[in-house]
Design a protein around this ligand. Structure first.
Ligand code: ADP
Length: 369
């Protein structure tokens, strides 16, 4: 039952009980009060030995008796009705205030960092809804807190390796154990570079997760988008000996997209395909318009993905082969950023693979303009 209906009914019940009490008690008490007053008057008359009486004084005395009896009965009945109504109202308000009090107490508890606090939902009215929404909010806060803790742990873990490496080389140089050769300085430079990229990726991820910057959505030709990214990578593909082919329709497929951001997604997927495919392999990019969406797919003949990794690779810092990805400078954030960007375009990004060493295909969709 809705809170408004409950409040209305409870007030109505209090009023009805008060009226009933007033009616019952007045009808019971008024005649008794009238008899008592009559007896008192008769005794007074007998005591004064006024045996003579006239009709008008009898009537006024009768009126006064009735009035007084009714007032006495009304006062007693009214008093009882007020006490009963106050008792019922107090019980009802306690029932209504109890869940609100519980919400206040629980929010103070959560404000103190105890995100596990939950409320029991007993009713199906607005107060039940309030408790339910409160529990959902507490669960969301707990998830955010866990993510924050996990992120801190991940970031410190990621920073530890390059920092330990830099420190080790510096100590070796100081003690004269490591020779100050160009190779040593190049290694130090690579570690510092990896740290810089990690910090840059994290900054980028935090901006994108916060919904920044605003997407500059405009109609663009998906064909032109693919061609511009291919042009940037073609030399790297050639130098690694990997064939890069495109299968795109002759007429432009217009998509509603932020050109730079989708370019970044394509660059990440084509960069990964280049990195995880050995020389002699092939990478192909396909574009198909279907059901009002443009479907992009990037297939490679590379190392492939195990079934359990196909979804995990989109989690931040997740790398299938940690040492291999690290040595190539991968932070495991690229795909997380790419998925965020595609989802902000109201599209989807997912991976498919027949298994290890059987290549992989990354698909994503965008709304057509
Ligand atoms: P990274 O910077 O490490 O490449 P990503 O988020 O781009 O980070 O990728 C996460 C992980 O997904 C990679 O470390 C790799 O294990 C796996 N991966 C990405 N692309 C491919 C691919 N085309 N083939 C096989 N594995 C891939």
């Amino acid at each position: 039952m809705k809170l408004a209906t409950r409040l209305f009914l409870s007030h109505l019940i209090v009023v009805l009980i008060s009226i009933a009490l007033l009616g019952i008690l007045t009808t019971r008490l008024a005649p008794a009060a009238f008899e008592i007053r009559n007896e008192v008057e008769t005794i007074q008359i007998n005591g004064n030995e006024q045996l003579e009486s006239n009709t008008s004084s009898d009537r006024s005395s009768l009126d006064a008796s009735i009035t007084e009896a009714v007032i006495t009965a009304l006062l007693i009945a009214g008093g009882v009705a007020v006490i009963v109504a106050a008792g019922i109202s107090w019980a009802i308000s306690r029932r209504i205030v109890r869940p609100i009090r519980a919400v206040v107490d629980a929010s103070q508890y959560i404000a103190g960092g105890h995100y596990e606090q939950r409320l029991d939902v007993h009713t199906h009215d607005e107060l039940g809804d309030l408790s339910h929404q409160f529990n959902q909010m507490a669960a969301a806060l707990a998830t955010i807190e866990n993510t924050r803790r996990q992120l801190l742990a991940d970031v410190s873990h990621e920073l530890k390796t390059p920092l330990a490496s830099i420190k080790g080389y510096m100590e070796g140089l100081q003690d004269g154990i490591v020779a100050p050769t160009p190779e040593t300085f190049h290694l130090l430079y690579c570690e510092a570079d990896r740290l810089q990229r990690l910090v840059h990726d994290l900054q980028e991820l935090s901006h994108i997760e916060a919904g920044l910057p605003e997407l500059n959505l405009k109609p663009h030709s998906a064909n032109a988008l693919i061609e511009s990214v291919v042009a940037r990578l073609v030399l790297q593909y050639q130098s690694k000996g990997i064939q890069l082919c495109t299968q795109i329709p002759p007429t432009p497929v217009m998509v509603l997209a932020d050109f730079d951001r989708i370019g970044q997604v394509l660059l990440n997927l084509l960069g990964n395909a280049l990195q995880y495919t050995s020389s002699g392999g092939m990478v192909s990019i396909c574009l198909n318009p279907e059901n009002g969406r443009a479907h992009f797919s990037i297939s490679d003949t590379g190392i492939g993905l195990a079934a359990e990794d196909r979804e995990r690779i989109f989690q931040r810092f997740y790398r299938v082969d940690k040492s291999r990805a690290r040595s190539s400078g991968g932070s495991g954030i690229g795909l997380t950023i790419a998925r965020h960007l595609v989802e902000r375009h109201r599209g989807q990004l997912w991976a498919e693979s027949e298994g290890i060493s059987k290549g992989s295909t990354f698909h994503f969709t965008l709304q057509m303009a």
